[in-house]
Design a protein around this ligand. Structure first.
Ligand code: AMP
Length: 415
């Protein structure tokens, strides 16, 4: 199988490692890729959000499967353009990707499907914003309606800050605050059959103890030792299958990766958000534990044959990833700094570039992450931090508490 992977962040580096490790994948091309991906794939230039350009590249490299990593190309219709060329693609149509592209659309689907989620209002002016904030009270949850790379959400007790964010965004979704530990559940689906991966937890805030602004994600671990044993079954039954059925009913089936972001509240799991692609950095830990060949799994989802795919096999133990971010991230990351100590197994490249002379430099806010597995969470955590300690990058910062509460047994579900 010849595979074209679209994207160039940490998630795509993790996907590239999984695809390259599948004996059925005889050629892997990544566009645009990154210096980490270059070790396992041939890199090609492309604008990932240009449907015609990606489709033409898929034809040129005679891809049997195109895997689309990021959300922006999906929302732009890249999967549709590739499918129109008769090439199998892992990633939903632009219509189905609205599950991520519009929070209002996602709420509408969830309501129609009876999926448990926070009560919410879509607001377009200050008066509607004020009414919604009054009704729900603090902490206030204000979300930009469109794509914002995980950074369009403000959760705050500060009423003025909530109103300011709403005014800056224009159209927002204001919702009830959900209290409880968060879970990211990835589900591979062909639109009908659906296969859950291991649940993971990510860390959205920039600072230790969940302080500071939201980011794209500062670290992750899997599996979740504290998760209720029936969590995945319940979410498949109450969230995933009803949502997939509702999208089929609308004539826009969702095939690809359905990312379910949940809060485990005192009344059970509630959906915080859907995404239409693998999450970053949870992908790094989930795929580190997946033993089943990745190319075959994604190909089955892309060709409507997932129902016949054998059950997934997982490695024992746990995985942890710790993100190293550039100075100034997330507000205004500085790029162009020299990185050393990063050319090692377990280092996943996210925002890096390489000079002609081989020097590695930072090229984004989240620069790289150290990903490690171990016989248990504590061992995986120690190994991930050992990787990060050996990376040198001026002004870089990382959280020191990734997976710490889970290792110490400090995560509880509200009773
Ligand atoms: P989202 O982009 O919707 O995933 O939101 C980013 C982060 O904001 C989530 O991972 C949560 O930590 C937080 N968040 C979003 N919605 C809620 C909510 N209704 N209640 C509590 N926290 C929320």
């Amino acid at each position: 199988m010849r595979v074209l992977l679209v994207g160039g962040g940490g998630r795509e580096h993790a996907l590239a490692l999984g695809l390259a490790g599948d004996p059925a994948v005889e050629a892997l091309v990544a566009a645009p890729g990154n210096p980490g991906i270059a070790a396992v794939a041939q890199l090609r230039e492309v604008t990932p959000t240009d449907p015609a350009a990606v489709a033409a590249l898929a034809v040129e490299v005679t891809a049997d499967l195109v895997v689309i990593g990021p959300e922006a190309p999906l929302v732009a219709g890249v999967a549709d353009a590739v499918r129109a060329k008769g090439i199998a693609v892992f990633g939903p149509s632009a219509e189905a990707a609205r599950l991520e592209g519009s929070k209002t659309f996602a709420k509408d689907v969830m309501t129609a499907a009876g999926v448990p989620t926070a009560r919410a209002y879509t607001c377009e002016d200050a008066a509607a914003v004020a009414r919604a904030l009054d009704e729900f009270g603090a902490p206030y949850v204000v979300k930009d309606d469109g794509l914002a790379a995980g950074k369009g959400v403000v959760v705050t007790d500060d009423r003025a800050a909530a109103e300011r964010h709403a005014a800056e965004c224009g159209r927002v979704v204001i919702e009830e605050y959900l209290s409880g530990p968060e879970v990211s559940l990835f589900v591979v689906t062909d639109g009908e059959a659906a296969v859950p991966l291991l649940p993971a937890q990510d860390f959205k805030r920039v600072g230790d103890g969940d302080t500071g602004p939201n980011t794209g994600g500062m670290g992750a671990y899997a599996p979740l030792p504290w998760a209720p044993p029936n969590l995945v079954d319940d979410v498949m039954r109450d969230v995933v299958h009803p949502t997939l059925a509702e999208l089929r009913r609308r004539g826009t089936p969702f095939a690809g990766l359905l990312y379910v972001g949940l809060a485990i509240t005192s009344s059970g799991p509630r959906v915080i958000e859907f995404n239409a692609r693998f999450g970053d950095p949870e992908t790094q830990v989930v795929l580190a534990l997946l033993e089943t060949p990745l190319g075959g799994l994604l190909h089955a989802a892309a060709t409507g044959t997932l129902g016949a795919h054998p059950p997934l096999r997982w490695r024992d133990g746990a995985a942890v990833t710790v993100v190293v971010a550039a100075d100034g991230y997330p507000a205004g990351p500085r790029t162009g700094d020299v990185i050393t100590g990063a050319d090692r197994a377990g280092i996943i490249h996210a925002g890096t570039r390489r000079d002609a002379d081989g020097t590695l430099r930072s090229a984004g806010g989240r620069v790289l992450c150290g990903t490690a597995t171990g016989p248990d969470l504590a061992a995986a955590r120690d190994a991930a931090y050992a990787l990060v300690r050996d990376v040198e990058l001026a002004g870089a910062h990382h959280r020191t508490d990734i997976a710490a509460a889970a290792v110490d047994g400090r995560i509880t579900i509200p009773g």
